[in-house]
Write a protein that binds this ligand. Structure first.
Ligand code: NAD
Length: 312
């Protein structure tokens, strides 16, 4: 079997390549990534054919997709605040880029396309926990672009009978997630500050909540989807129904690190969602063998990685 991971040099992508290598070395993995936020070093020691380039380069994308059985499409420009500052690049990479991935897969007769959408599509819908059948109302250009990602993917299932699957990732965290840039995600940002003795900056009161999902759980689910050829004409929340506020998260980090963390509250950010939690029903039905890694265990592994240890 041959799989192509778009965005494979990024945080989730490189964890996924490692997971595929470990679970079934016979699967040939290739990666296309423009290294805009990903790093080639993330693929050090891994078995994958790497092509540097953009999914907006149609010819290159066709070259790397030909002969592939399954595409796992993770390439995107992430982050809500980044998209609020610059909407068009997010649109181009995430919406137009996904259309390219699907068009090329259709042309090449690829058996299966699995894509990364985001819980941000729920936006201003306050329902909790969130089911895939709840209405969506994106609040940021990023969320709109992810809505397009999943919308196109599902439409290709309906229109062309392609086996497609759109996962809505919730807040994914784990080893390999960078802290050192303006748009870093909350867990690496907090841990980097806490480990290095700086105060942690919390936007708003810290009572906003997230359904944090450890990256290995995400990789195990995608691997299972590819192995068993799972597809769906509805999106699937890739989260298992936890609801953790940022203040609770900081408390868990204090326990794991064994010291107090200084907290500085600043104003809330536009486009940020107040509460996010999946109901976890569809994922458990479709992937009954997946047991999510618990938040404290995932945090402990992430801390080990931040402290320079090898984490499997
Ligand atoms: P990441 O930024 O580490 O990975 C994205 C990768 O895509 C990077 O390696 C980047 O260089 C590459 N890329 C960007 N534009 C590209 C283009 N035009 N052509 C080729 N490659 C391109 O982010 P991540 O956290 O690993 O996210 C992976 C996917 O999961 C993204 O689609 C993201 O929107 C989605 N997602 C992530 C989370 C999360 O919590 N991390 C939550 C929801 C959805």
């Amino acid at each position: 079997m041959k799989v192509l991971v778009t965005g494979g040099a990024g945080f989730i992508g490189s964890n996924l390549v490692a997971y595929f290598n470990r679970r079934d070395p016979a699967i040939e993995v290739s990666v296309i990534d423009d290294l805009s936020t990903g790093r080639i070093e993330n693929l050090d020691g891994l078995e994958a054919t790497f092509s540097k380039g953009s999914i907006l380069d149609y010819e290159l994308l066709r070259d790397v997709t030909r002969g592939v059985d399954a595409v796992i499409h993770l390439a995107a420009i992430g982050s809500v605040p980044r998209s609020v500052n610059a909407p068009r690049p997010s649109h181009d990479a995430n919406a137009t880029g996904t259309l390219n991935v699907l068009e090329v897969a259709r042309e090449c007769g690829t058996s299966q396309v699995t894509v990364a959408s985001s819980s941000s599509v729920y936006g201003s819908n306050k329902a909790l926990p969130k089911s895939e059948f709840d209405w969506t109302r994106p609040m940021s250009p990023y969320a709109v672009s992810k809505h397009a990602t999943e919308g196109y993917t599902i439409a290709y299932g309906f229109s062309y009978g392609m086996k497609t699957l759109a996962f809505r990732f919730f807040n994914v965290f784990g080893p390999g997630q960078p802290a050192n840039h303006d748009y870093a995600a909350v867990i690496p940002r907090f841990l980097d500050a806490a480990i290095n003795g700086r105060p942690v900056t919390v936007h708003g009161d810290g009572l906003q909540s997230r359904d944090f999902t450890y990256v290995r759980t995400v990789c195990a689910t995608i691997f299972d989807a590819v192995q068993r050829g799972i597809y769906s004409l509805d999106p699937v929340n890739l989260a298992f129904g936890t609801n953790t506020t940022l203040m609770d998260l900081l408390g868990r980090m204090e326990v794991a690190l064994g010291h107090k963390i200084d907290v500085q509250h600043v104003e809330s950010r536009p486009g940020d969602v107040r509460a996010s939690q999946s109901d976890g029903r569809r994922i458990r039905e479709l992937f009954p063998t997946i047991t999510p890694v618990d938040l404290d265990e995932g945090l402990a592994k992430t801390i080990q990685w931040f402290q320079g240890e090898q984490v499997s």
